[in-house]
Design a protein. Structure first.
Length: 257
């Protein structure tokens, strides 16, 4: 893929005396470091880190590192680092897009892999960013906890592609049966009910194609029809259903469609 024109212009305007990019003097912002990391199902950890700087010509630069990019359309990951120099912050966007910059035009330079980063003019900056990702992932790994003790969660989710349906999902732990229950609402109507052995909030928020992934690869959810029997008074999930209604501000009137 050819770089955008503004990147070509940026490269041409640099003074290459021996054919190689010069090592520019970079002034780093001391308190402007951002590090993000998370673990997904199957012990898959991703991480991103970014630091702001200014070069000797006064241009603001953002140095970013990312670890464990997702394989497109699959629940698989590439355990490598990518490093970027950009003209605006990109860390959060790359993090939420699982390693893929949503706007390539803001990237001034890119280095794929640690070898390329170590040979770059920004080797020390990139090494620091990598160490921050490693440390945060190690810290998250060490903070083991029982997911059934964290309580329920409420989040929005849009399923599928093209014509899609937006849900408000309340996910609640069923401690006795060691599983998680997902209540799918549209407006005041309960549309779907599912259960899974692990919490799904992070997977559903980060993976826009989670429905396809779960159907074809993960197989984490079991859907529970009919809804009337599953959440009606005296049923196994009735009490959790009432709590789910309370959490999204609805009354206790059961509504089905």
């Amino acid at each position: 893929m050819n770089p955008p024109e503004d990147i070509n212009r940026f490269q041409r305007n640099r003074n290459f005396s021996d054919g190689r990019p010069p090592i520019r003097q970079i002034i780093l912002g001391e308190d402007e470091v951002k590090t993000l990391a998370i673990y997904f199902y199957g012990d898959n950890g991703i991480g991103a880190a970014e630091r702001k700087g200014t070069d000797d010509q006064g241009q603001k630069l953002y140095f970013c590192a990312y670890f464990n990019r997702r394989v497109p359309e699959k629940y698989e990951f590439i355990p490598e680092y990518q490093f970027y120099v950009a003209n605006q912050p990109i860390c959060r966007d790359i993090y939420w897009n699982l390693g893929y910059p949503p706007d390539e035009s803001v990237i001034l330079e890119r280095f794929d892999g640690e070898t390329a980063a170590e040979a770059s003019p920004y080797a020390e900056i990139f090494a620091d960013l990598k160490s921050r990702i490693v440390e945060l992932l190690r810290e998250l790994k060490g903070n083991t906890f029982d997911p059934f003790e964290i309580g329920g969660s409420l989040f929005s989710y849009t399923s599928g592609r093209g014509i899609s349906l937006a849900y408000t999902i309340c996910e609640m732990p069923d401690v006795d049966n060691r599983e998680f229950i997902q209540f799918y609402f549209t407006g005041e109507k309960l549309k779907l009910l599912s259960r899974s052995p692990v919490p799904l909030e992070d997977l559903m928020r980060f993976f826009p194609d989670f429905d396809t992934l779960d159907k074809n690869q993960l197989h984490l959810r079991t859907f529970l029809p009919p809804l009337e029997n599953a959440v009606g008074e005296g049923s196994r999930y009735h009490e959790m259903y009432c709590e789910a209604l309370d959490s999204i501000g609805f009354d206790r009137t059961v509504s089905f469609i």
